[in-house]
Design a protein around this ligand. Structure first.
Ligand SMILES: C[S@@+](CC[C@H](N)C(=O)[O-])C[C@H]1O[C@@H](n2cnc3c(N)ncnc32)[C@H](O)[C@@H]1O
Length: 290
């Protein structure tokens, strides 16, 4: 099983790679981007908060001795990267390895434990959220992180269901969401995806750490160094766009992608997971525009 890296060529070109460089991949996952970058530069430091990653990616790590994998959340970048580097890549979200392993609980397509932690050492699981959060807290979470308009109805139905039987599996949650939405199969599955996205974001605290990590990465760039960020939904992309604009306003950063780059029709056909990807690129330093 492998993780097909999204927008790979755009990342390789966008980072303006050269042989002597050091690049940081903040979201190593299956190592697709990191391995391709490692083939073109001197050193890659890679982060992933999932402690299973060294096993998933053992072959890639063995084949690319210039990748140093750091098993940590990218919120801790500054602790490990102590000298300026030539580029950072963020490819946000979950990897195919995580999605495809039922026991990790990320996918509504499989009936499994309600877990969803990228880092299983963290205490909060999706099961705790659906069983313990108050109705309003749950509705707000589904609305804010899932942009789901039936959030209140879904939260009310979750509360009613858990009084009879606590949630332990994704199948139970799927059934409640399914019953809460009237309409077509497509409408129901779209709502399911939004509810599962909301839980995943909350469990992993994905949005709260993103802005700080991007600004921290920009601080750690050499002049001329590049920051590349792939996001998969509008909540993430909004944060990336805002951070890039703020950095540019402060005068030490140039946005290279006025509009985010999107995968080609061929890429989305070969890798449907790339469908919603957006890549934004920026460069440390001010560029004189003529
Ligand atoms: C979409 S996958 C990256 C795939 C990778 N670019 C590839 O080509 O195989 C995202 C990975 O980032 C990791 N991740 C997400 N948020 C993280 C964070 N805050 N700190 C460290 N790793 C994170 C996840 O555990 C997952 O393995």
């Amino acid at each position: 099983m492998s993780h097909t890296p999204v927008l790979l060529q755009e990342i390789l070109t966008g980072l303006n790679l050269r042989a002597e460089q050091t690049i940081v991949d903040c979201t190593f996952g299956g190592g697709g981007h990191a391995a391709a970058i490692a083939g073109q530069v001197h050193q890659v430091f890679a982060f992933d908060q999932d402690p299973h990653v060294p096993n998933y990616a053992a072959d890639i790590l063995a084949a690319n001795p210039n990748i140093k994998l750091i098993s940590s959340n990218f919120s801790q970048l500054a602790k490990y990267i102590t000298a300026p580097v030539d580029g950072f890549v963020f490819d946000l979200g979950v990897s195919s390895f995580q999605l495809d392993r039922a026991e990790r609980g990320f996918s509504w397509r499989q009936d499994c434990a309600l877990d969803m932690r990228m880092d299983p050492r963290r205490p909060l699981t999706a099961e705790k959220i659906v069983n313990q959060y108050a109705e309003k807290e749950l509705a707000d979470l589904i609305y804010n992180y899932g942009e789901e308009k039936y959030s209140r109805r879904i939260a009310r139905n979750i509360l009613a269901a858990r009084q009879k039987k606590p949630f332990t599996t994704s199948g139970q949650l799927k059934e409640i969401v399914w019953r809460s939405i009237s309409g077509s199969y497509t409408a129901k599955t779209a709502a399911l995806a939004r509810v599962f996205q909301a839980l995943r974001i909350a469990v992993n605290d994905e949005l709260n750490i993103l802005a700080g990590a991007l600004a921290g990465a920009a601080d750690l760039l050499k002049t001329g160094g590049r920051l590349a960020v792939i996001s998969f939904h509008s909540l993430e992309d909004r944060i990336v766009k805002t951070v890039f604009k703020d950095l540019q306003k402060k005068g030490s950063f140039t946005i290279l992608t006025k509009k985010p780059l999107r995968p080609s029709a061929v890429e989305t056909q070969n890798n449907p997971r790339s469908r919603s990807a957006k890549l934004r690129l920026g460069e440390k330093g001010c560029m004189n525009k003529t």
